[in-house]
Design a binder for this molecule. Structure first.
Ligand code: ADP
Length: 220
């Protein structure tokens, strides 16, 4: 489904979102106060405009309130990021995603109404650290304080050719296998209980981060 997106701030983060959405055929309005940045995205975004998003008149003239999604990807200027998030939420935009620089910033963004607060540097750091600590945790994404999604390689032959019902990870570790990635095959999404784990499979599991680590130690 085609939706429309406005991105404020075309640094590395906002720029990458802009590029990916445009490649996915979505309608993207890109806004930045810096003209050079805007010129870079002229041929990528549907519209690219120079403007200071802290100026409410600018936001109104661009019709920001009619967008489905607004992504606030302002970097260093925390005050601007908070003010812009507040104004955009007050205009009634249903989905506002804001990038936080740190935990305090994140709390304020949530307070002023951001629907989703992202911490790209922190999250990427966590993902890489998990992968460094265990070479078999290929990816790790924190979904909330309680739940994480991890992709774990299975190298212990004890687990090969066992069905999920036999492995019983949900009872043993409180983990749910949401998908199995098998080399040279389609990813098996939402596998049934009798799906069998083969050598070289990767399991995508959701659960508590400590339980993911526990399972990782068992599987390898
Ligand atoms: P990143 O860490 O994603 O690379 P940057 O700090 O480099 O972030 O980029 C943030 C972008 O946001 C810059 O291009 C900057 O010009 C833009 N920006 C900052 N404040 C405003 C504002 N009030 N209105 C519009 N754009 C802004």
């Amino acid at each position: 489904m085609k939706q429309n997106y406005a991105i404020i701030g075309l640094g590395r983060f906002g720029g990458s979102i802009c590029r990916t959405l445009a490649e996915a055929g979505q309608e993207v309005l890109a806004i930045d106060a810096n003209e050079d940045r805007v010129n870079e995205y002229m041929n990528i975004a549907t519209y690219a405009v120079v403007g200071n998003a802290q100026d409410e008149a600018v936001l109104r003239s661009l019709g920001i309130r009619n967008f489905d999604y607004v992504i606030i990807a302002i970097g260093e200027d925390i005050q601007a990021s908070i003010l812009v998030t507040l104004m955009i939420k007050e205009m009634g935009v249903p989905h506002v995603v804001a990038k936080a620089q740190n935990e305090y910033h994140a709390r304020v963004l949530e307070k002023v109404g951001a629907d989703r607060v992202v911490h790209p540097e922190r999250d990427m750091g966590t993902r890489i650290a998990h992968n460094l600590v265990s070479k078999n945790i290929l990816d790790f994404i924190e979904l909330s304080d309680e739940f994480s999604l991890a992709e774990i390689r299975v190298t212990n032959p004890k687990f090969f050719n066992c069905s999920l019902v036999k492995l019983n990870f949900r009872q043993k570790y409180g983990l749910t296998v949401v998908a199995i990635r098998r080399p040279n095959a389609k990813i098996i999404v939402s596998p049934s209980a009798d799906e069998v784990v083969l050598e070289n499979d990767n399991l995508l599991v959701i659960g508590n981060a400590d339980d993911v680590d526990l399972l990782d130690r068992k599987l390898n």
